[in-house]
Design a binder for this molecule. Structure first.
Ligand code: ACO
Length: 370
């Protein structure tokens, strides 16, 4: 048995949800470019769960369900009040999502209908949890979700406490479309491994959030912003990045396990970053990002991934840096749950092997003789 480190290139399952073929990302056969230009996040979530785009009444029903489920049990909000104020936001989300299961009477119902309902509930409640956490830690009262046409609008409303403007809603909605699913990425794989034991959907999504938290995965968007803030000005960008590269340090937001010729999502986020910079009158983050891209691509041949321009997009929307990865979770909840439902449909325990590299022929010695 020979190990493949990082399971690179290993095909671990079949799936009909999303594909990455020759650098082209599709959800259910629809090119991400087409969806990013034309679809709303709710349409995309429906597409991932049901395998087809919704008609008007199907979409209206989904929006109704999302609104109906968006409120989070008061016990979960009360628990969030007890979290330390400086808790990592992904750790807070992971804990709160796990505790949602305690207050859902159908948490352990494994019927397909119940699991689909819980997928929609999770999609509806994750934004509410993040907004509540963000307000509570600032000493503010959480804001209850309102009846809304969109997850993006409701999230921004609960976060800032007033109706968000149209530009912000549209930008966030597009970011949610772009992050919704991505084949067998680390967090989706974690979700599938968990539920393949026939554990429940809440356990699967909790595992996924834990995996997304890491800086080599979803956590990279925060790390990009930390880097931009560290650089501070356009003039500093070149020397900062050159020093990092000379030091063999990674530049966050570049490179990808699957895309070697560029992440197809990045160009949409780059465009949004530029547009939002113009609207807000602050092109600093965008200009700095372009300069960094020029250097990293020029020297290393590495292209920006989805996280690189998300950082300046979310900053232009005045979203605090440590909520970037939780927002990724808002979007990817749709993909995670679609994959969990698919795993349940045709389940087999996921249990690979390890190539043993440890000692052998060891003999037990009594503790006093060691
Ligand atoms: N900056 C500088 N060098 C890099 C970077 C980077 N961001 N990414 C890869 N490289 C270099 C590596 O140092 C390595 O060089 P070497 O062969 O001289 O040692 C080579 O490119 C291959 O890189 P690996 O890390 O082995 O590639 P892998 O497929 O394991 O990693 C990963 C992919 C984890 C995304 C990597 O590119 C990385 O760490 N990027 C920065 C973090 C990041 O942006 N993550 C978000 C990914 S997208 C997402 O999850 C949503």
């Amino acid at each position: 048995m020979t190990a493949t480190k990082g399971l690179e290139g290993i095909v671990a399952t079949t799936s009909s949800i999303s594909s990455i073929i020759d650098g082209v990302l599709t959800y259910r056969g629809f090119d991400i470019d087409d969806l990013a230009e034309n679809a709303t996040f709710e349409e995309v979530a429906y597409l991932l769960w049901y395998g087809k785009l919704p008609n008007r009444s199907e979409l209206a029903q989904l929006v109704k369900d999302l609104n109906q489920y968006a409120a989070v049990p008061s016990q979960v909000i009360d628990q969030i009040r007890t979290y330390p104020k400086d808790t990592n936001s992904m750790a807070a989300l992971r804990t709160a999502v796990s505790s949602l299961a305690l207050y859902d009477e159908e948490a352990n119902d494994m019927s397909p209908e119940s699991n689909l309902r819980k997928a929609i509930k999770l999609q509806a409640q994750i934004p509410t949890i993040i907004a509540a956490f963000a307000r509570i830690r600032e000493g503010k009262e959480p804001i209850a979700p309102k009846q809304s046409e969109s997850v993006a609008e409701n999230f921004l409303y609960m976060l800032i406490g007033k109706d968000p403007d149209k530009v912000a809603i549209e930008a966030l909605d597009k970011a949610l479309v772009l992050h919704a699913d991505h084949e067998l990425n680390a967090s989706t794989f974690a979700a599938r491994v968990t539920v393949a034991t026939l554990s429940d959907i809440y356990s699967g999504v909790t595992s996924a959030i834990g995996a997304l938290k890491g800086p080599l995965h979803g956590g990279a968007n925060e790390a990009v912003m930390a880097m931009l803030e560290d650089i501070g000005t356009f003039e500093n960008a070149e020397s900062y990045v050159n020093a990092k590269l000379a030091n063999k340090e990674k530049i966050m937001g570049f490179g990808h396990r699957v895309y070697k010729n560029g992440d197809p999502r990045a160009k949409h986020l780059q465009k949004m970053s530029e547009q939002l910079g113009k609207i807000t009158g602050n092109m600093n983050w965008y200009n700095m990002s372009i300069k960094i891209e020029e250097i990293v691509t020029g020297q290393k041949g590495l292209k920006p991934n989805v996280d690189f321009y998300s950082a300046s997009v979310y900053t232009s929307l005045e979203i605090p840096r440590d909520l970037f990865t939780p927002i990724f979770a808002v979007s990817r909840a749709s993909g995670w749950t679609a994959h969990i439902l698919e795993q349940f449909e045709n389940n087999r325990l996921i249990r690979p092997r390890a190539e043993y590299t440890g000692l052998s022929n060891q003999k037990y010695t009594p503790i006093d003789n060691r």
